[in-house]
Design a protein around this ligand. Structure first.
Ligand code: 5GP
Length: 204
């Protein structure tokens, strides 16, 4: 049997561009990992295709799947459910293929609890990196706006601490390259390969 694949989770704060980066990753044809199509109860947007962009379901259907334990994770986001169907993830990992999820932060927290050896990548907004320069340097923001920015940044940095990697989304193609490099490198981690060597030694 082949070894189990890696579960890769891309998440980050609302509005950071997770969907754009994920789409750019899957527009490339050199990926060695599979996208897990999420399920949602939100309305389909023009141009979206059921089963490609999302599996579009009613609230009742979604709740029945939660009840039946068929979601790896799910969250309510802006009044709709979003979640990852468990079956596809398990089957694909069992086939030895890596699976890529792009989900919001509550869902990523649930995955971290269930699959702690997943690869957790946090996409950060560039202004978080330049926060101090922006706030101190510009000197034009009111104290209220500064407080709001600081509170948002603190929250984002706290969220980040659950993750393995932080990737700045300054330019989409650069963010894509960084994510792909991380996935390649993860396969060479000693804790991921040592089992194979130990098994080999036993068989000699
Ligand atoms: P949108 O409605 O713009 O497609 O997505 C809204 C948010 O839902 C985005 O932050 C996206 O990352 C998140 N999302 C998409 N699929 C899933 C999922 O399966 N689970 C969770 N928890 N969030 C998801």
């Amino acid at each position: 049997m082949s070894e189990r694949g890696l579960l890769i989770v891309l998440s980050g704060p609302s509005g950071v561009g997770k969907g754009t980066v994920r789409k750019a990753i899957f527009e490339r044809d050199d990926n060695d990992f599979q996208y897990s199509v999420s399920m949602t109860t939100r309305q389909m947007r023009p141009g979206e295709v059921d089963g490609v962009d999302y599996h579009f379901r009613t609230k009742e259907e979604f709740e029945a799947l939660i009840e039946a334990g068929e979601m790896l994770e799910y969250a309510e986001y802006v009044g709709n459910y979003y979640g990852t169907p468990l079956n596809y993830v398990n089957q694909t990992l069992d086939e030895g293929k890596d699976v890529f999820l792009e989900i919001e932060v509550q869902g990523a927290g649930q995955v971290k609890e269930k699959v702690p050896d997943g690869v957790f990548i946090f996409l950060t907004p560039p202004d978080l990196v330049e926060l101090k320069a922006r706030i101190v340097g510009r000197g034009t923001d009111s104290p209220e706006v500064i407080d709001q920015r600081m509170a948002a940044a603190r929250e984002e940095i706290e969220m980040m601490s659950l993750y393995d990697y932080a990737v700045v989304n300054d330019q989409v193609p650069l963010a894509v390259d960084r994510i792909k490099d991380i996935i390649v490198a993860e396969h060479y981690r000693v804790d991921r390969v040592i089992g194979k060597y130990i098994k080999m030694l036993k068989e000699i």
